[in-house]
Design a protein around this ligand. Sequence first.
Ligand code: SF4
Ligand code: SF4
Ligand code: SF4
Length: 242
Amino acid sequence: MQSKNDEKRRDFVKLGAGALFFGSLIGAGVYLAPRLNARERLLRPPGALDEKEFLSTCIKCGQCVQVCPYHTLSLLDITYGNSIGTPYVDARARGCYLCDLLPCVLACPSGSLNHDITKAEQVEMGVAMLKNPNKCLALLGQNVKQEDIASILTHSNKNEREQKVLDDLQEYVGKPCTICADLCPYPQKDKAIAMVSDNKGNFYPEVRNQCVGCGVCEELCPVSGESAIVIIPRVKYEEIYS
Ligand code: SF4
Ligand code: SF4
Ligand code: SF4
């Protein structure tokens, strides 16, 4: 069975063609070609050790899942083979909000989530990429409509923090989309992502080198199906943007 991440890897290959198409719209060089490798990549919680070490140390206790106030984490099912029972992030369903003190890391009894990682700036989950520029409302010059965010408003709202995310999203209806850049939870968000314009006046989100791959931009991107901006798990900025 093909995993979501297999699909992502395959789709990154297509990105080159998409970038060429949109190159005519916003100028060459805006979308930088990804470098691919064959590793399976899952988006893991903050502080996760390298995948091999993570798999050999995680005791599948689910403590990280239990303490997450955003209900971000789930345990993989049997279709993931050896990874069954280990925690992951489905960013389209719910990103990681980089909570103060990273409670998921603190709760991990095995050290699979590295206790030396204590703040957002140290997190390295992956890197965001504007994979589907042809869907980005900012690039298309379209305002956000209520129906654009309808499915995201069904995400978990069991507590005040979660409800605030949805309330913040609601504020964008009828306005130009700058959601990914504005709602990025990184402390100095303009070092992770910012809206910029090209020399033709087209706006788009530019991912910057402190992006930690938390997935919130992917979760809240108000387009149908796969988001315009997606997370490449387990890579560093330099591996994606050259
Ligand atoms: S940092 Fe917070 S939102 Fe992110 S996975 Fe850990 S507990 Fe959940
Ligand atoms: S959230 Fe960002 S990537 Fe998604 S449509 Fe809005 S500006 Fe584009
Ligand atoms: S740009 Fe996206 S993935 Fe990167 S830190 Fe901000 S919300 Fe998280």
